[in-house]
Write a protein that binds this ligand. Structure first.
Ligand SMILES: Cc1cc2nc3c(=O)[nH]c(=O)nc-3n(C[C@H](O)[C@H](O)[C@H](O)COP(=O)(O)OP(=O)(O)OC[C@H]3O[C@@H](n4cnc5c(N)ncnc54)[C@H](O)[C@@H]3O)c2cc1C
Ligand SMILES: NC(=O)c1ccc[n+]([C@@H]2O[C@H](COP(=O)([O-])OP(=O)(O)OC[C@H]3O[C@@H](n4cnc5c(N)ncnc54)[C@H](OP(=O)(O)O)[C@@H]3O)[C@@H](O)[C@H]2O)c1
Length: 433
């Protein structure tokens, strides 16, 4: 009898796990990919920046996995709401949790909850058209915005804020969001790193793109571009070189300005009714290498603060979770008997899409070794269970109908290949009709 596995989450980790299970030759396998949204691909659809179309095309690879005869997509099914861990262990030989990291990390400073202080997770979800976020959620009515963090997500957010409406028109950004970006009042963007250029987490290719923005001058202060030491990895040397070249050039009067700042940490978000400023403290590294304040402060007159300081996983009901690492404790992917984990939920919110492939492969190796001589359950029990609960999963064919409706919407608006449908209702209508 075939091995039946439930994969929870259809982001890169989930789909690479399904692929690794099907492609191994040891035994026949059937994989159900359960996903809370009606749409597959996780952050490839709702994270990767809309103007990064070549990265988004990784979805064309992932779709081939969902089209394998051994794999089924069951969208609109949430672990913890429609099914429990016990349900899954009753219906499958094994379960692999791949639910990623969906929430923001906190700064823990006063003013963090003021209107206008926004988690990058929400802002990214907004411009990516995630059904959890209303397209009317953000109005870009401040002339100055601060983005805290110097990782690749911060770079994405800055690019979307800095680009023109025309540059984003051919992307899949929801139409309401595009109109709000067109009406944006943002003139100055401050990207803030709490350490130096040599510690920034962004990658060279992504950094260089900021220097090519047609609509924004990129500025770095010469004193903040100085680094101590020379012995850095190639990527870091590349970043330093680019930043130092920007420090040496003058703005040419483009409509927007991006200031990339270093050695500043946020200490308070100022304002009474909403954000009116951001108080920063200059920093240095202590002898132990920790970021410490110098007691020298500066205030930026910003009306919006975007906190891009990393993502965080959330516990799944009935699944072990470490509050220290904010991941599911595991050994090479094994959580407990017949339960496994892969992707950001397994190792934390770092790494590019491809990192999840080798990560999923490790989990699948562990799973197959554990289950090689175990008796098998018979498949199909989940269908009866969901039907009894009145849950009709979104099928892969339903998803194709959503995709077709998005292509049709783009055609009708004279935009690129697709424009995201926003809200669950619009997506459900696409295949119910
Ligand atoms: C804003 C952003 C931009 C990025 N851009 C790039 C890029 O350009 N290039 C690159 O290489 N990498 C990029 N990355 C990194 C890349 O997206 C991640 O490495 C990858 O998506 C992690 O895969 P995952 O499957 O673990 O999680 P995810 O992609 O988050 O997938 C998790 C899936 O689980 C589902 N889920 C959650 N809870 C449940 C539940 N209870 N029941 C059922 N389903 C559930 C979610 O809806 C989601 O579909 C980016 C990351 C972010 C945050
Ligand atoms: N194009 C791409 O390939 C792409 C695009 C987007 C995302 N990704 C990947 O997705 C992953 C997540 O990216 P990310 O940008 O969310 O996370 P990240 O790379 O971990 O960057 C987080 C940034 O926030 C800073 N930070 C953390 N806590 C802070 C605090 N309390 N105060 C001030 N600053 C703070 C960090 O500084 P410290 O270093 O000092 O902690 C760092 O600069 C990364 O692996 C990234 O490469 C890739």
């Amino acid at each position: 009898m075939a091995l039946h596995v439930a994969v929870i989450g259809s982001g890169p980790a989930g789909i690479y796990t399904a692929e690794a299970l099907v492609k191994q030759s040891a035994e026949p396998v059937g994989v159900d990919v359960l996903e809370r949204l009606p749409t597959p691909y996780g952050l490839v659809r709702y994270g990767v920046a809309p103007d990064h179309t070549s990265i988004k095309s990784i979805a064309n690879y992932l779709r081939k996995v969902l089209e394998l005869p051994e794999v089924r997509f069951l969208g609109g099914v949430t672990l913890g709401e429609h099914v429990s861990v016990d349900d899954l262990l009753g219906a499958y030989d094994a379960v692999v949790y791949c639910t990623g990291a969906m929430v923001d990390r906190k700064l823990g400073i006063p003013g963090e909850d003021l209107p206008g202080s926004v988690a990058a997770t929400d802002f990214v979800n907004w411009y990516c058209g995630h059904p959890d976020v209303d397209p009317g959620r953000f109005t870009l009515d401040s002339s100055e915005v601060a983005v805290i963090g110097v990782g690749n997500v911060a770079v994405d957010v800055v690019r979307v804020l800095a680009k023109t409406h025309e540059e984003l028109r051919s992307t899949d950004v929801p139409h309401d969001v595009l109109e709000r970006l067109e009406a944006s009042q943002v003139k100055a963007i401050h990207m803030i790193g709490r350490r130096g250029p040599e510690h920034a987490k962004f990658t060279l290719k992504e950094l260089r793109e900021l220097g090519e923005l047609a609509n924004a001058d990129v500025c770095v202060r010469p004193d903040e571009a100085v680094v101590l030491g020379v012995d850095f990895p190639r990527q870091v040397q590349g970043n330093i070189k680019v930043l130092q070249s920007w420090a040496a050039r003058e703005p040419v009067g483009r409509p927007r300005r991006l200031d990339v700042r270093f050695w500043l940490r946020p200490v308070e978000i100022l304002g009474t009714e909403r954000v009116e400023g951001l108080k920063l403290e200059r920093t240095r590294l202590s002898e132990e290498g920790r970021v410490v304040g110098t007691g020298e402060f500066e205030t930026l007159p910003v009306g919006m603060v975007l906190r891009s300081v990393g993502y965080q996983s959330v516990p799944l009901p009935g699944v072990p979770f470490s509050d220290q690492t904010m991941t599911v404790p595991n050994e090479a992917g094994r959580v407990r008997d017949r339960e496994y984990v892969a992707g950001w939920l397994k190792r934390g919110p770092t790494g590019v899409i491809g990192t999840n492939k080798s990560d999923a492969a490790e989990t699948v190796r562990t799973l197959l070794a554990d289950l090689s001589d175990r008796p098998r359950v018979s498949g199909g029990a989940i269908d009866a269970l969901l039907a009894a609960r009145g849950v009709r999963p979104v099928t892969y064919e339903d998803w194709l109908a959503i995709e077709a409706a998005e292509a049709e919407l783009a055609r009708s608006l004279g935009r690129g290949e697709r424009v995201k449908l926003v809200g669950l209702e619009a997506m459900l209508r696409a295949f119910r009709s």
